[in-house]
Design a protein around this ligand. Structure first.
Ligand code: TRP
Length: 341
């Protein structure tokens, strides 16, 4: 029996932070260890280039960094195919055929792409490659005949677009080569998105409010000690607020079930007054260090041999390419353009 296929990817635009870890990496490692699925995880460097064309260095550097983050978090290249998008030319070729099945108007209506266009300030100069990235994402997904795609809620329009392309392709060419994928989304927004140290809804590099898997112990300590709590909790005796207090938010996310009672007690104490921020932060630091310390150690270990890291990527890319080229061949046959077969 063949296992259902799961595929997911990240744009390599910087090191991964602990929001990525709780939001997706952890789950990938669980899925990997369950062993019930075939897993593909990849670095979407071509997609990252659609808005970094003039700054490829950031993307290039991030390939190594994100792969180190993957390995440190526990992804095992023996169990998961880890690959780089740009090394699979079949994906670009598939995109060419899919582009003919999608109207410009359909692309312009994609709400995530729309939001990104205004955030990035493209104005009237939207790079064509950027506008069509949902089509290339459909190629990523369908090349591997993925059944499930675990992604954030912002990726729903991409999955919907992919499903439309699959239906359109299969219908147009009277075939069933392409598989309609299903998205797997975080159960709630809180689980899917960890806020920043400053309380901003999003942890991101540009806001400089993140904790990275690569951060050393001292950096972690400084960041925790600077976290946003309750600005009105001035003296220890003052009653404090839990809502919007990042220390308690992170405790809820990173505390273990056996710590829940202790955390609940701390919350009451804090609200009553008499519990200082330094104490709550020290407690959080202990918990974070326990969770992140081993990841940091593994990351340092892998980083000693970047040659090996790139070998992992190369082998993964070779394996991925075999799968994608089989699908491409089926696609071309369905269209009748496999002339020399
Ligand atoms: N768009 C995704 C993101 O920004 C990255 C991505 C590219 C992806 N291709 C994919 C995710 C295919 C899942 C499947 O996070």
């Amino acid at each position: 029996m063949t296992k259902p296929i799961i595929l997911t990817g990240d744009r390599p635009t910087g090191k991964l932070h602990i929001g990525h870890y709780v939001g997706s990496l952890c789950n990938r490692v669980l899925l990997q260890n369950e062993g019930k699925h075939e897993l593909f995880v990849f670095l979407a460097d071509q997609q990252a280039l659609t808005d970094h064309a003039k700054d490829p260095q950031t993307i290039v550097e991030s390939i190594g960094n994100v792969t180190l983050d993957y390995l440190a978090a526990g992804l095992d290249p023996e169990k998961v195919t880890i690959f780089i998008q740009s090394q699979i030319p079949e994906l670009s070729e598939l995109s060419m055929y899919y582009m003919n099945l999608v109207s410009l108007g359909r692309l312009e209506r994609n709400p995530t792409v729309k939001a990104e266009i205004s955030q990035k300030g493209f104005g009237e100069s939207i790079p064509t490659g950027f506008l069509v990235y949902p089509i290339s994402q459909a190629a990523d997904i369908t090349a591997f005949k993925a059944n499930y795609v675990p992604v954030g809620n912002d990726q729903k329009p991409m999955i919907e677009q992919t499903r439309e392309i699959v239906r359109s392709f299969n219908h147009t060419y009277s075939t069933d080569v392409l598989v309609e994928p299903e998205g797997i989304y975080p159960e709630n927004e809180a689980a899917g998105r960890l806020p920043g140290l400053d309380g901003n809804a999003k942890m991101s590099k540009s806001l400089n409010n993140g904790i990275y898997l690569a951060d050393d112990a001292d950096t972690l300590r400084k960041k925790v000690m600077s976290m946003y709590t309750d600005p009105n909790h001035i003296r220890v005796e003052d009653p404090g607020q839990i809502e919007g207090n990042m220390v308690f938010h992170y405790l809820d996310v990173f505390g273990r079930p056996e710590e829940a009672a202790e955390i609940a007690e701390m919350k009451e104490h804090y609200q009553r007054g008499g519990l200082g921020d330094v104490k709550t932060k020290r407690y959080l630091l202990e918990i974070l260090e326990r969770e992140l310390g081993p990841i940091r150690e593994r990351r340092l270990e892998f980083a000693k041999d970047m040659g090996e890291v790139y070998r992992i990527l190369q082998e993964g890319s070779e394996r991925a390419r075999e799968v994608a080229s089989q699908t491409l061949s089926e696609v071309k046959s369905a269209m009748g353009i496999n002339y020399f077969k």
